[in-house]
Ligand binder design. Structure first.
Ligand code: AOS
Ligand code: ZN
Ligand code: ZN
Ligand code: ZN
Length: 431
């Protein structure tokens, strides 16, 4: 039986009730921005062009090492995950791409998967490999590492998996491979810090050699977890040095939760841009570490400052500047579809606010050493409520003015709960 989907008519009806109010709010904002020489309609155009990828695992309920509380109607396979990604894009219009993960999303027919996605106006972004857990039937274990393992046979297995991910990615139309490894150690002395990195670099060289000419590889560093004493790719310094050794196809990915406490992430972004090594982002938010909380939910100002650096780079027309955006969150207590829509909106918000910074004014203040004046230029942009502008961008793109309200009114989740009964425990491929 055909599965339930939200119709364009439903979205239009929902919008009809909100359109009057949002137009009034937008017109007021437009006049306020015009007084600062900012063209609101041009901003709307930019926001409409903004896009961030949804990871396939993001539409499932996340969990912790203590428990996972599955929500009703969770997607049970990649086909159903794509259906959920389609809802997010239909309503919020900021997420036209999907980032798949293997082997979780393994199927026989990738052409069919690509077709299904295209039918919803979706394409595939960076492919993610997985050498951080063992799969049923796998020959050798990753318990003591993968690409940096002491045993060459384990390294070969991990390399082969990444090469397979590239092959699948080609079929899906991807242009990048993201490599995050869980390799590291839990006890001082357990691992030789230098030799482990040497083994990783040698393994990565083989993966880079397997990349098609127009592909890039994204190296994702992480300070700790699951290894708690040391990780092989622990910080942006290691990531950057390795990317340099691996050559022009290798770039450094910034997952907002993967840094030392209190580190200045926006400055790391600026450094990576300066050296042409910024791959892109895994967006999320955190209070303590790799919390994987919803984007913009804890530190919206930090998110804005990251986008401020990105806009600065864009304005300076930095050669080869094309960061890839993805949301990487664990939704433990919310409906993942709602969290992902709201997160995409928060990213658009930070983007729109950063676009509103008067670059000439802030540079003049910086050059004149007017510290507070420069800061106030940022704050003026950050404290402007651009919500009406974001709503108008969604509406003009065919989406919902109020995506979460529309989603709730649609009854999508309740319908899926009936269509997707879970047989025997929890669904696979969702962590
Ligand atoms: C892990 O901490 C990283 O953030 C990964 O990017 C990602 O969450 C993982 O590959 C998905 O399982
Ligand atoms: Zn404890
Ligand atoms: Zn990540
Ligand atoms: Zn993470």
């Amino acid at each position: 039986s055909p599965s339930f989907s939200i119709s364009a008519d439903f979205v239009a009806e929902h919008n009809a009730r909100l359109e009057g109010a949002i137009s009034e709010d937008y017109d007021a904002l437009k006049r306020a921005l015009a007084r600062h020489g900012i063209d609101a309609d041009a901003l709307v155009q930019k926001v409409m062009a903004f896009s961030v990828a949804i990871p396939t695992w993001g539409v499932g309920t996340g969990g912790t090492r203590f428990a996972r509380f599955p929500g009703p109607g969770e997607p049970r396979n990649v086909v159903e995950k794509i259906d959920d990604c389609a809802v997010i894009q239909l309503l919020a219009r900021a997420t036209p791409t999907i980032s798949p993960h293997f082997p979780w999303d393994k199927v026989d027919d990738y052409a069919a998967l690509r077709e299904q996605a295209a039918g919803h106006g979706l394409a595939f972004d960076a492919v993610n490999s997985n050498t951080f857990q063992d799969q049923p039937g796998q020959e050798l274990s990753y318990k003591f590492g993968s690409l940096s393992h002491t045993d060459a046979r384990v390294r070969a297995q991990a390399i082969a998996h990444n090469v397979e991910c590239i092959e699948i990615g080609r079929k899906l139309g991807s242009k990048a491979l993201t490599v995050w490894i869980a390799d590291g150690s839990n006890l001082a002395g357990q691992s030789n810090l230098t030799r482990a990195l040497d083994r990783y670099i040698d393994a990565m060289r083989e993966i880079v050699a397997a990349l098609p000419a127009d592909w890039r590889v994204f190296l994702e560093h992480k300070l700790y977890e699951p290894a708690f004493y040391s990780t092989v790719i622990s910080d942006w310094g290691t990531s950057f040095a390795v990317a340099q050794e691996l050559g022009p196809k290798a770039h450094c990915l910034v997952d907002l939760g993967h840094h030392a406490p209190n580190v200045n992430i926006e400055q790391i972004v600026a450094r990576l841009v300066r050296f042409n090594k910024l791959a892109g982002f895994h967006f999320n938010d955190s209070k303590y570490g790799d919390d994987d909380l919803d984007s913009g939910s804890v530190e919206p100002f930090r998110l804005f400052l990251v986008f401020n650096e990105l806009i600065d780079a864009e304005r300076r027309r930095v050669e080869g500047f094309a960061p890839a955006y993805m949301i990487d969150q664990s939704h433990n207590v919310t409906d993942p579809i709602e969290s992902l829509m709201q997160s995409a909106i928060e990213l658009q918000r930070a983007y729109a606010q950063a676009l509103m910074v008067d670059r000439a004014a802030i540079e003049a203040a910086q050059d004149a050493n007017d510290a507070l004046g420069a800061h106030l230029e940022l704050k003026r942009a950050f404290t402007t409520d651009v919500s009406p502008l974001l709503a108008v961008a969604r509406m003009r793109a065919g989406g919902a003015i109020a995506p979460i309200a529309a989603y709730r009114a649609s009854g999508y989740r309740a319908r899926k709960a009936r269509e997707r009964p879970i047989v025997g425990g929890t669904s696979a491929g969702i962590v």
